[in-house]
Design a protein around this ligand. Structure first.
Ligand code: GTP
Ligand code: MG
Length: 346
């Protein structure tokens, strides 16, 4: 099974600016000397490990990363400005390999690690450098050098931040599809999902997290019924569990309660470590309720079920209702956990 987030990008450092040839033109000096300045250096490209970046999702959308070229030199001994460097932020743990040779270029193993991955080209020389006793008016100058160009592959062994729990058909895969880049299969029969899959969820331009969609659990799973609990180890490392419970066709509160407790019991029997993780109850398929039913239904569910979960959310994975509120709440929670773990950083 693949638990890898990956991407392929092209990196182009800036070209050096060209040197130029020019001559001083002053009012009372008939033949001015050379005054063409040097071109500026092309921008470098750095990669930086940043623990606030969790996924490579940004690199799936933008493939080409190029730093600015250096400016050309100018007359009156003026040098061209260097091209601005760029810094590509990547998750800690990203391994960068050369796409052609397969050689590892960098292993961003620790937070804030910074590496110059593509060097900007040197600026060319202006004709001020070529003056000599025999040539007082040199026209020679040199061009800027090209910047490094690389095609690289990015790979990150992913650990999910958030895991899903729930009976078959509760809508785990639909939810994963709704909020993440992953597209697990969805169907109205149990055990559509047979293997866990991971999706990266982008919350805003700089923050994202990883969610694990896993096969459904059944009553008796801890004794091997259905697919059993063998996939639950993928939830071992998650920080937050979302327990999805669907609104059944009967719309009976009792049935919702029974379905919720069933999963809790299986988890409790299987692993106290997973059971004691932070867990939110997500009531899914609220599009099946009539508008006038909702308020009463929601408050009844809150009264009956809130004891065993840290928070409750109501969503429709199908229509998207409530999904954005939920993803923002998840991100805020992960950020909070993160600052607790690293109180002195950032
Ligand atoms: N009306 C409605 N149907 C939904 C919603 N979410 C999921 N469904 C439907 O419920 C069925 C099961 O959805 P899945 O996402 O495959 O459920 P799952 O929990 O991943 O199921 P397994 O992989 O079998 O464990 C599908 O027919 C979905 O279209 C929802 O919010 N509203
Ligand atoms: Mg599924």
């Amino acid at each position: 099974m693949k638990f890898i987030d990956e991407g392929k990008i092209e990196i182009q450092a800036g070209k050096g600016g060209d040197g130029i040839a020019s001559f001083r033109r002053e009012k009372y000096v008939p033949k001015g000397g050379p005054s063409g300045g040097d071109g500026g250096r092309g921008g470098h490209v750095y990669v930086v490990a940043d623990r606030n970046v969790n996924t490579l999702i940004d690199y799936k959308f933008v493939h080409r990363h190029r730093a600015k070229d250096g400016e050309s030199g100018r007359s009156k001994d003026r040098y061209g400005r260097a091209g601005e460097d760029i810094y590509l932020k990547m998750p800690v743990g990203t391994v960068i390999t050369d796409a052609t040779s397969g050689q590892i270029i960098a292993d961003l193993s620790t937070n804030k690690m910074k590496l110059l991955i593509a060097r900007g080209g040197k600026g060319g020389l202006g004709n001020i450098h070529f003056k000599s006793s025999i040539n007082r008016a040199p026209t020679k100058f040199t061009l800027g050098e090209p910047g490094d160009h690389l095609d690289v592959k990015l790979e990150l062994k992913v650990l999910a931040d958030v895991g899903l729990l729930g009976l078959p058909n509760s809508g785990k895969s639909t939810f994963t599809r709704a909020i993440s880049a992953a597209k697990p299969k969805v169907a109205d029969y149990p055990f559509t999902t047979l293997e866990p899959s991971l999706g990266s969820v982008r919350v805003d331009h700089s923050r994202s997290f990883v969610i694990a969609d896993v096969p459904g659990l059944l009553k008796g799973a801890s004794k091997g019924v259905g697919l059993g609990l063998r996939f639950l180890r993928h939830l071992d490392r998650t920080q937050l569990l979302l327990h999805l419970v669907e609104i059944p066709s009967s719309k009976e509160l009792e049935e919702i309660k029974k379905n919720t407790d069933e999963i809790l019991r299986e988890i409790e029997n299987h692993s106290l470590e997973i059971f004691s993780k932070q867990r939110w109850l997500i009531i899914n398929k609220i599009d099946l309720l009539k508008d006038e039913e909702k308020d009463k239904f929601f408050s009844e569910i809150k009264n009956t079920l809130s004891a065993k979960h840290d928070r409750i959310f109501f969503i429709s994975a199908l229509s998207g209702t409530g999904c954005s509120t939920l993803t923002h709440a998840i991100m805020a929670q992960l950020d909070k956990n993160n600052t607790k773990e690293h109180p002195n950083e950032n």
